[in-house]
Design a protein around this ligand. Structure first.
Ligand code: ZN
Ligand code: ZN
Length: 137
């Protein structure tokens, strides 16, 4: 009986690992973004660290590097560090809203779900072509 429970627990752990593992060639930003949608931010760099530990264990300065661009937790990576490339934004059409021909347009926004990761070479902790550094505002 105990064996059965242990086996089940192991299976659950394996399953969890499989969902929270980076996909082959998936970059840091696409991975962290995917995990934020799945598990949210816990005010640490847990997903970025998980990516590093599994994919680029030699990138020991990753946290510092992300901190340098304002990413002290996973979600800040996208508030301060990186933005989706312009070409991937959804631009809503202009809509005529009254008889005077006034035009309204919703702000461009990220598509949902995000496009597939463009891929990075093994051992890279850099974002793929889908991402650009946010300019300071
Ligand atoms: Zn956060
Ligand atoms: Zn990517």
């Amino acid at each position: 009986m105990n064996d059965l429970i242990e086996n089940l627990e192991q299976e659950l752990r394996d399953y969890q690992d499989a969902v929270t593992d980076p996909k082959p060639r998936e970059c840091l930003c696409c991975y962290v973004n995917r995990m934020l949608e799945l598990g949210g931010c816990d005010n640490t760099l847990r997903w970025a660290k998980r990516y590093r530990n599994l994919r680029v264990p030699t990138a020991v300065a990753l946290e510092r590097r992300l901190g340098d661009i304002g990413g002290f937790c996973d979600c800040e990576l996208f508030l301060n560090g990186y933005d989706l490339h312009e070409r991937l934004y959804i631009v809503p059409p202009e809509v005529v809203v009254d008889e005077y021909g006034s035009i309204e347009q919703e702000d461009p926004h990220w598509p949902e779900p995000l496009p597939e990761c463009s891929g990075v070479r093994a051992g890279s902790a850099r974002p793929c072509d889908n991402w650009v550094r946010l300019r300071r505002r």
